[in-house]
Design a protein around this ligand. Structure first.
Ligand code: CUA
Length: 314
């Protein structure tokens, strides 16, 4: 199976918040390395210099030395106090209160995919979440079923997505690009395939995208697609999925209004193409065992027209 994802690293920060965490991490690593080198250095020095030689008696006893003890207690205490304040400062920079501001995007974790709504617009998308660069975005993070965890390492801290509670995150992305992440709290059989893709865009591109996502689904004139649309509406698909502008108004599964505009499907599991879509609709449980999409036994022709329909939903 093609893995579309680059391995993301918190050591290549791409947002103000990730920068702050990165800097603090570097301080920690430097301080810990210095302590380790000093300890190992002293240990080697002592072992070599004071090695027992034949004929030596009981070594000189050495307890209660005030100078040595104040170093041994003082240095770790100063380090802990210093890092306490550095950490507290970083936390207030990275995650200030949300100030009752309307969020720019509301993220909801589901078994096993991510939904993003954009308040003030009709846009609802899944897994491929677009955000603008250059300004501070407020994200609300929630969950519909079990606890999930939002984490895009290059963009900042992790945040738990907890049913019945709304957490928040701030993110100020520096440059356009695609940032990968994943659910970071075990949430069930397909936890590992609950990827996140954040597409960071310039303000203009983002506005244009958001405008597009707010539109209703296109009505294709293609015969197969029209047959597929009719089949979709006759079946129970619309009880779980929404295709805005049609009678399908479910909100259990991912919104499919602009399904074909996504590069990946099944929360980043595979490229979004006709072949994979066909496999998925034929037997979802074989493709992603434990996902909530039931297996419907459809004749091959029906799957073909469904694929044709879904592929037109740009
Ligand atoms: Cu959702 Cu792990």
């Amino acid at each position: 199976m093609t893995n579309l994802l680059r391995i993301p690293s918190m050591f290549s920060p791409a947002s103000y918040e990730a920068d702050e965490i990165y800097t603090l991490t570097i301080y920690f690593i430097v301080a810990a390395s210095v302590v380790m080198l000093v300890v190992i250095g002293l240990l080697i020095y002592v072992v070599v210099k004071f090695r027992a030689k034949p004929g030596d008696g009981e070594p000189q006893q050495f307890t209660g030395n005030k100078v040595v003890e104040s170093f041994m207690i003082g240095i770790p205490t100063l380090l802990v106090i210093g890092f306490f304040f550095l950490t507290a400062r970083t936390m207030t920079h990275v995650l200030p209160p949300d100030a009752d501001r309307q969020p720019d995007v509301v993220i909801t974790g589901h078994q096993f995919w991510w939904e993003a709504r954009y308040p003030g617009t009709k846009a609802i998308v899944a897994n491929e979440i677009h955000l603008p660069v250059g300004r501070r975005i407020l994200m609300h993070i929630a969950a519909s079923d079990v606890i999930h965890n939002w984490w895009v390492p290059e963009l900042g801290p992790k945040m738990d997505a907890i049913p019945g509670r709304t957490n928040h995150l701030w993110v100020t992305i520096r440059k356009p690009g695609v940032y990968e992440g994943a659910c970071s709290e075990f949430c069930g059989a397909q936890h590992a395939w609950m990827r996140i893709r954040v597409v960071a865009q310039s303000e203009d591109d983002y506005r244009q995208w958001l405008n597009g996502r707010g539109q209703n689904a296109v009505q294709s004139t293609d015969v197969a697609a029209k047959t597929g649309a009719a089949f979709f509406n006759r079946q129970t698909c619309g009880s779980c999925h929404r295709i805005r502008g049609t009678s399908a108004q479910g909100n259990v599964g991912p919104d499919l209004t602009h399904f074909a505009s996504r590069k990946t499907m099944l929360a980043g599991m595979m490229p979004n193409n006709r072949e994979n879509l066909h496999r998925w609709l034929h037997d979802p449980q074989a493709v992603k065992p434990g996902s909530l999409m039931p297996r419907f036994i459809y004749p091959k022709d029906s799957i073909n027209v469904l694929v044709a329909y879904l592929s037109t939903l740009k």
